[in-house]
Design a protein around this ligand. Structure first.
Ligand SMILES: *Cc1c(COP(=O)(O)O)cnc(C)c1O
Length: 500
């Protein structure tokens, strides 16, 4: 397939909007003006549509089929969300409009904040962070502001993170200027409390925990863990990227957590995984509210809505304006579609995961044999030992069966990990067909392992050379630079290992 630049011919245009002479020319300061026009592809509209449509047939998304990418919560995105977000009152908003012209938008943001406070069991919410990882960083900045005011910021330098954590957790801790204290996972998949006790003291600023963990397991000792941290005056941070497991069932605030981030794009539907922006609001206990980012979306005494910039202790802004507004509309719509039955969303997600787990656990190894929450982690260790077939081979072969592979080799504590998250939006027929494929692959591993090692066989691209992709990333199409003789003339974008 040709690149769009290779189809370009000078003078061709994809739009035929009449030229309007009445407008004054925009005054761009001299130093910002281009000396030559940007090098854009020049193609007629139908060529552009064909090109993009052709590309879309080579991609895989939730609208193509089942996408059980663990930890990424690739649920179906209802089309009604898109209709709502396209309403002119939302779609044509400008962030610099006066407050009295955007009351509806502020009302929606305020309501979403209230819902998230209720769902997390906490007191105040900021919608500003644009992703889970940015929510983490924002939350840690609140931790720092809190201890600075108490005069303990020099003393408290450490943040405790279990070895099952999502990679963004240690990254955020380091970015926020803290030291990571790793803690082990015990034989049941919980935090190892004995290990924990030796690591938490007056130098600890916070715990950062995903519960249920990335193993899909709810920590059975959460009350005890809470006592250990609050006992030394530290704070508790809940990575709520996967709140899908517990909505309406259990609340981080009730478990003792002081700060939570929520991935709107995972839990409350939003095209993501290369397909759209995210949202990572944070909810906090009242003691942390003064430090939240500005502006805060507030309801005034007369019932109108406004933006409050007057927060002297605020950490400031972490993103422009009040956050990614389109994401708020979609998430609000998703939540309101469930109404008071939001719990059913999580119950179905958990039921689906346990159903798939029950069907697969004899063919693959199950490192922690417990009921799971929204996802579970199997290991292909048995296939590797017996037939030399790895988790990567299984994942690639699944593509031949028409499924997006699960997350593999994560969490790191499970060798040959296959992390499967079906979400609530799938039928029993789909789950059964997926299980049939997984069982067929386990059988193929025994009978014809070479078939798996070469997979996929019927996809637009064969197996990528991942080492070369990692060591020689070609992330941009060169105009002048001619490809080296041994290089792939049409390098394919490197596959992202995780969805979000
Ligand atoms: C997805 C995820 C994150 C990061 O969220 P982003 O929006 O991708 O930054 C953090 N923690 C967990 C457990 C996740 O699954």
């Amino acid at each position: 397939m040709k690149l769009i630049y290779e189809k370009s011919q000078p003078g061709r245009r994809a739009s035929a909007i009449p030229h309007f002479d009445g407008l004054p020319a925009a005054e761009v300061p001299e130093e910002l003006r281009r000396t030559e026009p940007p090098r854009l592809p020049e193609v007629p509209e139908f060529e552009l549509v064909r090109h993009i449509t052709e590309l879309s047939t080579r991609n895989f998304g939730i609208d193509n089929g089942f996408y059980p990418l663990g930890s990424c919560t690739m649920k179906y995105n209802p089309r009604v969300n898109e209709r709502l977000v396209a309403l002119p009152g939302f779609a044509s908003l400008h962030p610099l409009q006066d407050e009295d012209g955007v009351q509806g938008a502020l009302d929606l943001e305020w309501r979403l904040q209230e819902i998230l406070a209720e769902v997390t069991g906490l007191d105040a919410v900021s919608l500003q962070p644009a992703a889970g990882s940015q929510g983490e960083l924002t939350g840690l900045m609140l931790v720092r502001a809190y201890f600075e005011e108490r005069g303990e910021s020099e003393q408290r330098r450490k943040v405790v993170i279990p070895d099952t954590a999502h990679g963004t957790n240690p990254a955020s801790v380091t970015m926020a200027g803290y030291e990571v204290t790793p803690v082990k996972t015990d034989a049941r998949g919980n935090i190892d409390v004995d290990d924990l006790r030796t690591k938490v003291d007056e130098h600890t600023a916070a715990l950062m925990l995903t519960n249920p963990s990335t193993l899909g397991l709810f920590d059975e000792n959460i009350e005890e863990i809470q006592k250990i941290f609050h006992g030394v005056g530290a704070l508790m941070y809940y990575d709520g990227a996967n709140l899908n497991a517990v909505c309406g069932i259990s609340r981080p605030g009730d478990m003792g957590f002081d700060i939570v981030h929520i991935n709107l794009h995972k839990t409350f539907s939003q095209p993501h995984g290369g397909g759209g922006p995210g949202g990572g609001p944070i909810a906090v206990r009242d003691i942390l509210e003064p430090y939240l980012p500005v502006p805060a979306v507030v309801r005034n005494e007369d019932g109108s809505f406004g933006l409050d910039f007057d927060r002297p202790k605020s950490i400031g802004k972490v993103r422009a304006f009040t956050g990614p507004f389109g994401v708020f509309v979609r998430s609000y719509a998703y939540i309101r579609a469930y109404g008071p039955r939001l719990r059913e969303m999580s119950e179905t997600a958990v039921l689906n995961a346990n159903y798939v787990l029950a069907r697969l656990k004899d063919a693959y190894e199950l490192p922690y044999d417990r009921l799971c929450m929204h996802e579970f982690v199997l290991s292909a260790r048995n296939l590797k030992r017996d037939y030399g077939v790895t988790a990567l081979d299984v994942a690639k072969r699944l593509m031949d069966y028409g499924y997006h592979p699960p997350t593999i080799y994560f969490p790191l504590v499970v060798p040959e990990a296959l992390m499967i998250e079906p979400t609530e939006t799938e039928t029993k027929e789909t789950l059964d067909a997926f299980c049939d494929a997984m069982l067929a692959i386990a059988k193929e591993a025994a009978e014809q392992p070479e078939l798996l090692k070469q997979a996929p066989h019927n996809r637009p691209v064969r197996r990528l050379d991942e080492v070369r992709a990692a060591k020689h990333p070609v992330v941009k199409y060169g105009f002048e630079q001619h490809p080296q003789p041994d290089a792939d003339p049409h390098p394919i974008a490197i596959e992202a290992p995780k969805g979000a």
